[in-house]
Design a protein around this ligand. Structure first.
Ligand SMILES: Cc1cc2nc3c(=O)[nH]c(=O)nc-3n(C[C@H](O)[C@H](O)[C@H](O)COP(=O)(O)OP(=O)(O)OC[C@H]3O[C@@H](n4cnc5c(N)ncnc54)[C@H](O)[C@@H]3O)c2cc1C
Length: 429
């Protein structure tokens, strides 16, 4: 793996781990180690949520209360910009922040270190060598969860409107693709509880009806949020010799002096490749390197054909791709509205609520604290607990935490960065 600043590689790791550690120390001193220690402490606090949810069965109507219950430090981390935290509070060097920390936020969220610190810490936690991948792709998670839940699934359906009918009943209007006639058909069903499990933003198309005062409030809330665009471009081909076998993270995109047009470039390696196959792949590469008579054009340039993945904030042009590839056989592009746009003002913005009104909940509110599969699972468990408490099926002795809506705590001032107190005075890491 190398870090690229738009002009040069500022850091490259090595297959010899000792050399990697030495290069890291040479360029960034002990900052990576100090950062890793801080992240480990945050993770220790974070893990408290599993006890809260599984043993104590406590549910939260507000994202801020859920974070504060893990530890107030975590809530405070959402109120300070990542760059400021790392440089001013942790005393890490600007070089470390602008290169290593930013390469990690760019590859995970397509955004710079101007994001809130909690998002930054989550991204750094997800950058270690001990990461997991799901064999068969992340889609295996929802597939297996749906099977396990034995749920009635309505696929190929798009919800248009959720209307409150009174007496705790909701009407859900949706269009469904009829696979036999290949036509879109309107449907409408009634439910006691509705959980919205997709991000609600200024561009969302789900309408809320008959929510009276809350309806206006909802429109107002979701108008303030938007999603970040990430483009994933998959290329089957052979890379130029200088990129063969390399994974590259950019630490500098679209800056005034140019920067790079991509956030990351890496070979796509299936999770379930056996060690034997990996060795065979290496052997093929070595053969290609030594065999100039091979008919494969990629072999002539010394690079095995493979599938590569580029992430960028904008769609890539053909000449962008040819700056990486010698031979391009196939290109596929997926445009994602990937994660929230964590603009510079996010640290001052309240989170959207988990509870929209009694009977209707919003799982993805948690993504505005930080977006990751684990966060969505925690958000999902939380709204399940909220419903469980409303149905009085949960045995927890502790009540639902709703300090904000019960008026015990004001959302405005208290949820924003303390003006006179530094966050670390409240809670030392
Ligand atoms: C390119 C990329 C890479 C990522 N990599 C990682 C990673 O390595 N690790 C990690 O932890 N996280 C990763 N994430 C983030 C992760 O994918 C999200 O955190 C997670 O998918 C959120 O899950 P969710 O179920 O809450 O929402 P989503 O996965 O967004 O699911 C929402 C679903 O709702 C559907 N929907 C939307 N509107 C309607 C409607 N009106 N009616 C009916 N259905 C609707 C959508 O089609 C979608 O299927 C990545 C995200 C992207 C984009």
């Amino acid at each position: 793996m190398c870090i690229f600043n738009g002009r040069d590689y500022v850091f490259c790791d090595d297959s010899w781990q000792f050399l990697t550690y030495f290069s890291l120390w040479y360029r960034y001193g002990f900052d990576p180690l100090r950062m890793r220690n801080r992240v480990t402490k945050v993770l220790d606090h974070f893990e408290r949520i599993y006890e809260i949810q599984q043993k104590e069965e406590v549910a939260f109507e507000q994202v801020s209360d859920l974070l504060a219950a893990m530890n107030p430090l975590l809530l405070n981390l959402t109120k300070i910009q990542y760059a400021e935290l790392l440089e001013t509070e942790f005393g890490l060097s600007r070089r470390f922040v602008e290169e290593l920390a930013q390469a990690v936020t760019l590859v995970n969220y397509g955004q710079t270190v101007a994001i809130p610190s909690f998002v930054g810490m989550v991204s750094f936690a997800g950058s270690g060598a001990e990461l997991w991948s799901v064999a068969g792709g992340n889609k295996q998670l929802p597939i297996h969860l749906a099977q396990f839940a034995n749920a009635r699934l309505l696929l190929n359906s798009k919800v248009d409107a959720i209307t409150y009918l009174g007496e705790h009943r909701f009407q859900v209007d949706y269009v469904r693709l009829d696979t036999e006639s290949d036509e879109l058909k309107d449907h409408s069903e009634e439910y006691d509880y509705v959980i919205v499990a997709t991000p609600m933003t200024s561009g969302s198309h789900i309408r809320f009806g008959n929510f009276t005062r809350r309806e206006d409030l909802l429109k107002g809330i979701f108008e303030h949020y938007s999603m970040h665009q990430t483009v994933a471009t998959f290329v089957r081909g052979s890379p130029l010799p200088s990129y063969a076998g390399k994974a590259i993270l950019s630490c500098d995109i679209d800056n005034k002096e140019g920067g790079s047009f991509f956030t990351s470039f890496s070979p796509l390696t299936p999770v379930n490749v056996s060690e034997q196959q990996q060795q065979a792949g290496q052997a093929t590469k070595d053969n290609n390197n030594n065999n100039n008579n091979n008919d494969d054009p990629s072999a002539a340039s010394g690079n095995a054909t493979g599938v590569f993945k580029l992430f960028s904030n904008n769609q890539l042009k053909t000449h962008d791709l040819y700056s990486f590839f010698d031979v391009i056989e196939e290109v596929r592009e997926v445009i994602w509205h990937a994660y929230p746009e964590y603009g510079p003002n996010t640290v001052k913005q309240p989170f959207p609520p988990f509870k929209i009104r009694s009977g209707i909940y919003y799982l993805n509110a948690i993504e505005w604290a930080a977006s990751a599969i684990e966060m969505s699972l925690i958000g999902g468990k939380n709204v399940a607990l909220l419903v469980c408490h409303e149905l009085k099926l949960c045995n927890s002795k502790r009540a639902i935490v709703d300090e904000v809506s019960s008026g015990k705590r004001k959302l405005s001032e208290d949820d924003f960065p303390p003006k006179n107190k530094r966050w670390k005075e409240q809670q030392e890491l």
